[in-house]
Design a protein around this ligand. Sequence first.
Ligand code: SF4
Ligand code: SF4
Length: 175
Amino acid sequence: MKNFLEEVNARIGGVALQNCYHCMKCSSGCPMAEVMEYQSNEIIRMVQLGEREKLLNSSAIWLCVSCETCVTRCPNAVDIPRMIDVLRQMSLEAGIKPAEPEVVAFHRAFLDTVKLGGRVNEPLMMVSYKARTGTWFKDLVMGLKMLLKGKLSLVSPRTRNRTVIHRIFKRTSKL
Ligand code: SF4
Ligand code: SF4
């Protein structure tokens, strides 16, 4: 049976996490470092040490914004955003209640609209997000202002061949 490090490495499928020599170049450039309880290189260390429960229950894995600054700065090309995606997936598979439910709701709302039309539809995404979080009136004024300034489009282009999109979702939607 694989240990936590081996399992995460296998699912990353790229540079193994043992290549990290903890220079902290990733963490020092991370725009979310201030709010994440574990820095990116700390997360790697925790995977190396097998701290599965702690990591899968952490909010850090949900607060990463996948900007890829860390992997760009890493001298060893350790793919931290990919590792974090793997940890998120493992957390959901384990049935753990996400430490940042609104972030998960946002991801799901985004995917709802892509599933429907092949592309993001912002108003639909907002409705889906609000319905998932019950925060109907939060940011209402800002939303209206954005709409009036043309920053939100009520219509968005749809992908012509949506059968392909539906097929992708069917094959990959496990959770
Ligand atoms: S920059 Fe790369 S080698 Fe340095 S700590 Fe981060 S992941 Fe490890
Ligand atoms: S991808 Fe995530 S961990 Fe890496 S720099 Fe961006 S926010 Fe930080």
